[in-house]
Design a protein around this ligand. Structure first.
Ligand SMILES: Cc1ncc(COP(=O)(O)O)c(C=O)c1O
Length: 374
């Protein structure tokens, strides 16, 4: 039996064709017609005016924060319950991540904690330089609350939508909130370029500046002229061609991941002690990953026992994100709350959700989980 991976890439004939067309065109460079077209098509899909294709989601976060004027010594509010890249990008700028707990009803950054923190900080005259929201496992943060807070205090909101391409909040696409938003095309994401990312924004200036910084800050001269330090953050034209082919299939990929989520729900919800990540009533997740919480007393085994049982039959699963305030590297970082995401981490497990997962493979996962307490 073949191994079932957590979220492997799914590519087909169209990806192969577009990649080889780009290859044959000899645009084998971090610039070219597929990069331009990918940026245009992606911006249109997300409903934002402009997009810059970059080498990773982390690079996009770095530039998005930098272009929102985050700098050394600044504080930036981010959720504690996220992948490390959200915080790493803050530290690249010499700024300090302030790690905010998530709401138990959405697992995304808790707007009430953000509100309390902003009231306190406004009183003390030390507002953060930015707020970064994360659309976690494909479910968006609560933008009515968070956008109005950021507007009220005039703080830029950066949306980390790395996991949420194709999700919506009150009908609006993930990635269309905040002054800049970030996507990842890492190999495990809903669409992939093997590695890559996108920064999107309404502001043409912001995206123009991001392209400039991503291209070693090369000034417009025939020779190489540089007036500031930049980065080599551009996406290869070959990978952009792959991304264009993947984007064409986005709707069916989202549909598939939602169907997989539904299949797990109907096959596992009757088990005592198994609960699913809560679904907020404000949007439609893309269900990049399906996550369960395991109450070991009720279920008769814990999440790690389930993970090991799956691994024993060659099925990959993974604990939910370990909160950043519990990571050794962020020991001592300012933290607001933290017990909600810590308890999700204790009980949480992400199940395989690749868009090519077959009904037979879902049944293999389900049967293995159901047999664990036995
Ligand atoms: C929430 C979140 N932010 C940022 C990233 C970073 O993206 P990349 O791996 O493309 O740098 C990822 C995933 O990899 C992610 O899940």
């Amino acid at each position: 039996m073949t191994r079932i991976y957590l979220s492997p890439p799914e590519v087909g004939a169209e990806e192969r064709r577009m990649l080889l067309d780009a290859f044959d065109s000899n645009w084998i460079a971090p610039t070219g017609p597929d990069v331009d077209a990918f940026e245009r098509e992606f911006a249109e899909r997300v409903g934002v005016e402009h997009a810059a294709a970059l080498s990773s989601g982390t690079a996009a976060l770095h530039l998005g924060l930098m272009l929102s004027e985050v700098g050394p010594g600044d504080d930036v509010l981010i959720p504690s319950f996220t992948f490390v890249a959200t915080a790493a990008a803050v530290t690249y700028l010499g700024a300090n991540p302030v790690l905010v707990d998530c709401s138990p009803s959405t697992w995304t950054i808790d707007p009430e904690l953000v509100a309390e923190e902003l009231v306190d900080r406004a009183r003390q005259g030390r507002l953060p330089a930015a707020v970064v929201t994360v659309d976690l496992y494909g479910q968006t943060a609560d933008y009515d609350a968070l956008s109005s807070l950021c507007d009220e205090y005039e703080i830029p909101l950066i949306e980390d939508a790395a996991e949420a391409l194709g999700a919506t909040y009150r009908g609006r696409p993930a990635g269309s909130f905040g002054q800049a938003a970030v996507f990842s095309f890492n190999g495990n994401k809903i669409i992939t370029t093997s590695g890559g990312g996108m920064l999107v924004a309404e502001s043409a200036d912001l995206i123009e500046r991001a392209r400039y910084l991503a291209n070693q800050a090369r000034d417009p001269f025939p020779h190489y002229e540089h007036s500031v330090i930049g980065y080599n953050y551009r996406l290869s034209n070959l990978l952009a061609a792959l991304g264009r082919a993947q984007l064409k299939g986005l709707d069916s990929r989202v549909e598939r991941r939602r169907a997989i989520h539904g299949a797990y729900q109907s096959a596992l919800s009757d088990l005592p002690g198994i609960r699913f990540m809560p679904i907020a009533d404000y949007g439609e997740p893309n269900w990049w990953l399906t996550c369960i919480l395991v109450d070991s007393e009720e279920f008769g085994a814990d999440g790690e026992q389930i993970r090991l049982a799956l691994e024993a039959v060659d099925i990959e699963s993974r604990p939910t994100w370990k909160p950043l305030h519990l990571q050794p590297v962020f020991k001592g970082a300012a933290t607001i709350g933290g017990s909600v995401c810590a308890s999700i981490f204790e009980q949480g497990l992400c199940l395989p959700t690749g868009s090519a997962l077959s009904p037979g493979e879902i049944a293999r996962v389900v049967e293995t989980i159901r047999a664990v307490p036995g």
